[in-house]
Write a protein that binds this ligand. Structure first.
Ligand code: ATP
Ligand code: MG
Length: 365
């Protein structure tokens, strides 16, 4: 220990205070002692000086030690001082109560004075525990700050994503879509006027170009569906998810897709960012179930009320391998980030051979 500790002894018995001073005088370097006979004096001293540790007698003239302990523990975590309770041999049950109320440790003043030997170690332990407690509290604070920053960042990213995809969808629809439609019309007109396209090869080319135009129109529509979930803005999450399942191209015909909305939630609209995040998470989970799980059943359920939303996507497939590591595969990471951004709980439950469940629970703040 580099600096001398400042120890406050709160005891109305002068002999007991002297015993404490002598017992703790063995610490290196010897501590500086401050003394108080009553709870009020102790609070006064604590307000005036920095104190590293308090030795607190259970019986004080103006209040009992537990009362003072409770008052000391009302202070903010950073201002809290470790308290070692001093109890008589007949007050041992008080020691237990004191620990429950936040004392760092206790010393039982036994008749033969053995407790004096233990006091330096007990005080050192109390200080070490206090340091650990403070470090843990600071870590928790830092983690909470980090989580809140991250959630804000994810929220901003989602907002940007929404604006950008909206703009992109608009451009694709209004410009490329229109251009393709015009090409389609123009090309059909040219073909009609040149019915006499005499050569076989010219006719083959015309058929090929026509097919390419159809394909380009289909592709633009598909990109639009991906960018702007159909029905979500206008009709809400239930219709959009139901539609999403119906639109799934199935590679096998033994796969069953089920959608189940709890009775009574039809017509509920959740905040737009919550609906958007829930939709995108469900879309990714459905896609994963169909692509990776080799499932025969994919089931989406949705439940909640105006202030809560619970979405589940479950499959009966292979489960996610425990050692799966897919650098560059961002589906699961993205689901977590979207949930974080709306302050929802996200969980992934998976058992080898018994399928996977993706769970999203949002409760209005
Ligand atoms: N429902 C599931 N059943 C079985 N395995 C799954 C399931 N969901 C995910 N996985 C496994 O976890 C991996 C990671 O999934 P993730 O969604 O993060 O990436 P991805 O689907 O491979 O790629 P993408 O970035 O396009 O989403 C998958 O490659 C797959 O091996
Ligand atoms: Mg994926």
């Amino acid at each position: 220990m580099e600096h001398a500790l400042r120890i406050l002894i709160v005891d109305d018995d002068i002999v007991d205070r002297r015993i404490c001073r002598r017992a703790l005088g063995r610490l290196d370097p010897p501590p500086i002692f401050v003394e108080a006979e009553t709870g009020a004096q102790a609070l006064d001293e604590l307000a005036r000086y920095h104190v590293d540790c308090v030795l607190l007698d259970f019986r004080l003239p103006d209040r009992d030690g537990l009362e003072l302990l409770a008052q000391l523990n009302e202070r903010g975590v950073e201002q809290r001082v470790p308290v070692v309770m001093l109890t008589g041999a007949d007050d041992v049950s008080v020691a237990v109560e004191a620990m429950r109320c936040g004392a760092s440790n206790y010393v039982v003043k036994d008749m033969d004075g053995r407790y004096q030997e233990l006091m330096p170690t007990i005080v050192q332990h109390a200080l070490r525990d206090r340091e650990l407690q403070l470090a843990r509290w600071r870590d928790e604070q830092a983690l909470a700050r980090y989580r809140s920053d991250l959630s804000e960042l994810a929220q901003r990213l989602m907002d940007t994503e929404k604006t950008t995809t909206r703009q992109l969808a608009q451009v694709l629809h209004d410009q490329l879509g229109q251009t393709l439609a015009a090409i389609r019309l123009g090309f059909d007109a040219v073909c009609a006027n040149c019915a006499s396209l005499s050569s076989e090869s010219a006719r083959r080319h015309a058929t090929r170009v026509s097919a390419l135009i159809d394909e380009a129109v289909r592709e633009v529509r598909q990109v639009l569906v991906t960018l702007r979930p159909p029905l979500l803005d206008g009709r809400g999450l239930l219709d959009a998810l139901d539609n999403e399942l119906r639109m799934q191209p199935l590679a096998r015909d033994d796969v069953e897709l089920q959608f189940e909305a709890a009775p009574g939630i039809t017509g509920i609209r959740w905040p737009a960012d919550v609906e958007y995040a829930a939709f995108m998470i469900a879309r990714e989970a459905i896609g994963n179930a169909l692509r990776h799980a080799n499932a025969t059943l994919v089931r989406v359920t949705i439940d909640g009320d105006e202030r809560s939303l619970h979405v589940r996507v479950m499959d009966d497939g292979s489960g996610i391998p425990a050692d799966v590591s897919c650098p560059g595969h961002l589906g699961i990471v993205g689901m977590r980030e979207r949930a974080l951004a709306i302050g929802a709980r996200f969980a992934l439950e998976t058992t080898a051979g018994h399928g996977t469940a993706v769970l999203l629970d949002w409760i209005a703040p």
